[in-house]
Write a protein of this length. Sequence first.
Length: 253
Amino acid sequence: MLAPERRKKIIQIINKQKQILVKNLSAELNVSEGTLRNDLKALEDMGMLERTHGGAVLPQARLPESAMSSRSNVNRAEKMAIGQAAVDFVQNGQCIILDASTTGLELVKNLMHFDSLTVVTNGLITAQELNRNPKINVIVIGGLLRSGSSNLEGLLGADLLSKVHADVFITSAHGFTEAEGLTVFDVYEAELKKLMAANAGKVIALLDHTKLGKKSTATFAETDQIDTIITDAGADPAFLQKIKSMVNVVIAE
């Protein structure tokens, strides 16, 4: 079995079982444990799994979404700081595109004092929260609602997005590297976010320190498309120094 076929099989198994042991996988695929450890390392670098002692598990971002609150509790303090810092990049009278990320929800909490704003989003919870302020016009992008999710996905909202000329697209990602830019696991999510980025004057990425230096399956914004990255104090200084010549970097305290 060639490496691409073997790794595809590994992904299928872990998606079904949520966790795997190298010992069991070796017997099932008739492959040495050493080879499998190399496979798991490669798949972890792609963001498809997280290695553990003796095996691997699905990363947090790929677990079924029983509720958005479970993800929002991960690096909560950092996300709150980033959301508060991001509000400085939003002005009254603007039209912004905001994705359905949990970090974006922290920004939403800081938009409640705005008295003239239009927000386009694919997040149902994001839209409901924004709707609490009657002075914010909320436009929801249509799409497929996955079971257990609060995010609308797919390109059914492409026609609507083509008519939107937003001042800024504020987004998060599963990973960011200098070479791959902003990446996510789902190729359909990536295609939707590509359209969001294309129809905004600026792209601002809200990335806690765990997202930096990691890559995932599909790119939705190249590094040269990103105007600003807002991260937290836990970010690797060497990595930030490397990208500062390419994008504006803000450290949320």
